[in-house]
Design a protein. Structure first.
Length: 207
């Protein structure tokens, strides 16, 4: 993996203290950002809100998916209301055959279980990042991996859910049927299809 030799001094999300993030190390990014308490938000959806870091822009929504954009990369954020409502844990085992595979475990100090999975597809890399009852996927060049994970960590760690609104959504049969087909993180077929289809729909041809 091509290294990004950069050290960030981060004030946001950590109060007044200075936190040094080595963005050359993916696990360090995850541990520093995902374990912090914060209440920041600047984006509101139906039953949830979250924080978009500087340079990341909201583009559009499709059902439970938000399309975000930053520096040539499209992020596809899926909010799993069903997973949140039932407070499900994610069961994931590291897969050494992948370009990168990391199980996020509560026993390691994280607030939620999840995973970060990077799979090489031709000359691009599909990032699948699950945390806090949500999932971000992005199809990137190798030199964009670490910055994408940094932004995705901020977004996923700041998601806050409104239980009452979520309960109404889940109890509505029509919305439940529509949302349920996307709620299985163990199968990436649906979400990968969404990523690839939406990338093809974008007018800018990055690759």
């Amino acid at each position: 993996m091509k290294k990004i030799l950069l050290i960030l001094l981060v004030f946001a999300l950590t109060g007044c203290s200075i936190v040094r993030i080595d963005t050359d190390n993916i696990e360090n990014i995850l541990k520093v950002i995902l374990t912090k308490d914060n209440n920041l938000y600047n984006q509101i959806g139906e039953g949830y809100k979250y924080y978009l870091p500087g340079g990341v822009t909201y583009i559009d929504s499709d059902d439970s998916n938000d399309v975000l954009y930053s520096n040539g990369v499209y992020y596809y954020l899926y909010i799993d209301s069903i997973d949140y409502y039932y407070d499900n844990d994610i069961s994931y085992v590291d897969n050494k055959s992948k370009y990168y595979s990391y199980a996020i475990k509560k026993s390691d100090g994280y607030k939620y279980s999840g995973y970060l999975d990077i799979e090489k597809q031709n000359n691009l890399y599909l990032i699948s990042f699950v945390y806090n009852h949500a999932k971000i996927e992005a199809l990137v060049n190798e030199n964009e991996i670490n910055d994408t994970i940094l932004n995705a960590s901020y977004i996923l760690s700041t998601i806050k859910y409104n239980y009452d609104i979520t309960k109404l959504i889940i109890e509505d049969d029509n919305l439940t049927n529509k949302t349920g087909k996307y709620s299985n993180y163990s199968s990436k077929n649906t979400s990968e299809k969404f990523v690839l289809e939406k990338d093809n729909e974008m007018k800018e041809d990055r690759w």
